[in-house]
Design a protein around this ligand. Structure first.
Ligand SMILES: [Zn+2]
Ligand SMILES: [Zn+2]
Length: 309
């Protein structure tokens, strides 16, 4: 089969990949849609230099083979981290922090930019019938957005700033707006910011402060802005992963007693329940065949993906 394969710092479209043979605890998924995420672009820029394999971690597909026969033929999405099952992290509900974890399309495991992928069966969630593929493919980034209220207390009376006008910010701002909190989105692009207007205030320049600031800028400038915008004793949530390092004044964190919380992947089942209720505005996804992968990666559409159907 073909697959967008990353090795030695670059991606190539290979035609010679075998269809994966699922292990005893795994299922074989026939991919329907796969979406490109900022993390994929950062991997190509050097964020995960050791990774070698098929890229991609946002998908919806059909189960073709499985150790759980009830799943065969079902439409599913999947949690991307698979821990060893034995270590302290795996045994205390922190599987996504397992030090020898596999993460599809990111670490030690082939991803979904190919017509077939094998994944641990326990990672799968069945997609409700009323959620189309074009929405189900947002389950992974939406779960990542839901990780914020899963890990910090959000007060509806609080004012929250979300930095970034990209796809993850779009989902984060909507998730946080569900609490009733007033959301301000700080971005760089007027044409992207107007999408946020039905659930958030938007701005390209901000000189006031907030109790909570979420950095989803996807670049090293986010933390600097977050430090400038957070109140003393306030909280910064970091959601951006990128290649390279950033410098920031940690003494200001001490003096202003700022809480900094890192936040990565989140829970899929709540994401699917909310998708099924249709409470989110989701952008259209621009779909390409995998052979046009370079065109897809270069696209400036709000959300881009590959169609295998
Ligand atoms: Zn992603
Ligand atoms: Zn483990």
């Amino acid at each position: 089969m073909q697959g967008l394969y990353f090795n030695d710092g670059k991606a190539v479209l290979r035609q010679d990949l075998p269809i994966p043979e699922p292990q005893a605890h795994e299922s074989l998924i026939r991919i329907s849609l796969a979406a490109i995420c900022n993390t994929d672009r950062e991997i190509m820029k050097g964020y995960k230099p050791d990774f070698s394999g098929v890229l991609g971690h946002e998908f919806v597909g059909i189960v073709e083979k499985s150790n759980d026969p009830r799943l065969i033929g079902k439409r599913v999405v999947g949690e991307i981290n698979e821990g060893c099952g034995e270590c302290i992290y795996c045994k205390t509900g922190r599987e996504k922090h397992c030090e020898s974890r596999k993460c599809i399309g990111i670490a030690r495991k082939d991803g979904c930019f190919a017509p077939y992928m094998a994944i641990a069966t326990r990672s799968l969630s069945v997609v409700p019938d009323n959620v189309p593929d074009e929405h189900a493919v947002f389950a992974e980034p939406l779960a990542a957005a839901l990780e914020i209220p899963d890990s910090v207390h959000i007060r509806p009376s609080e004012e929250i700033c979300v930095i970034g006008d990209g796809r993850l910010s779009y989902l984060i701002a909507q998730v946080l707006a569900l609490t009733g909190a007033e959301i301000t989105v700080l971005g760089k692009h007027e044409e992207k910011l107007h999408r946020f207007e039905s659930f958030a205030k938007t701005t390209t320049a901000c000189d006031r402060r907030f109790e909570m600031v979420v950095d989803a800028a996807g670049s090293p400038t986010g933390i600097e802005n977050a430090m400038r915008l957070v109140r003393s004793r306030g909280t910064i949530i970091l959601k951006s992963t990128y290649a390279g390092k950033t410098e920031t004044n940690l003494s200001a964190v001490v003096v202003n007693e700022v809480k900094i919380v890192g936040s990565r992947c989140g829970p899929f089942e709540p994401a699917l329940r909310l998708l099924s209720r249709g409470v989110f505005e989701l952008p259209p996804i621009e779909l390409h065949p995998l052979r046009d992968w370079d065109k897809a990666l270069a696209s400036h559409a709000f959300k881009v993906g590959f169609d295998f159907r």
